[in-house]
Design a protein around this ligand. Structure first.
Ligand SMILES: [Zn+2]
Length: 142
């Protein structure tokens, strides 16, 4: 989660909302990404999607069943869908996102009958650091 926080910090420095994501397999980091929606002018360039794409490319598979994903903020509906499609084993997330989250907030995607693979979820990991970073970012922009 420290690496995900570092990626979030880098994203924040380039004006992006500071969200970072790391994918780990067998104690090895195989993908790291920060949010890039502004930089790439791509509404789907969330940290989780970029990391999943990188990991899938690296492993040569569209499924990542032995992979664990760490992200600093509760994933949105889009990313929760991608995490499910990628068959991610465990999801660790930091801060809760009552406005845009889809894991323990909002649609609670992994609990829906239309969700065919749900990862094990560990929430609030590194929550304080992630939330502090997001709050500082939004405070500075107001
Ligand atoms: Zn997302």
């Amino acid at each position: 989660m420290d690496l995900a926080l570092a990626a979030a910090n880098i994203a924040g420095q380039s004006g992006e909302v500071p969200i970072g994501c790391v994918i780990v397999r067998a104690n090895e980091v195989i993908a790291t990404a920060g949010n890039r929606t502004l930089t790439d002018r791509d509404p789907t360039a969330h940290a989780e999607l970029l990391a999943i794409r990188e990991a899938a490319q690296k492993l040569g598979s569209e499924r990542l069943p032995d992979c664990d994903l760490y992200v600093t903020l509760e994933p949105c509906t889009m990313c929760a869908g991608a995490i499910s499609f990628a068959r991610i084993r465990r999801l660790y997330f930091g801060a809760f996102d009552p406005k845009g989250g889809a894991v323990e907030s909002g649609v609670r995607f992994f609990g829906q009958p239309t969700c065919h693979h749900a990862p094990e979820v560990y929430s609030g990991v590194g929550e304080r650091e992630a939330a502090t970073m997001l709050r500082a970012f939004f405070r500075a922009r107001r």
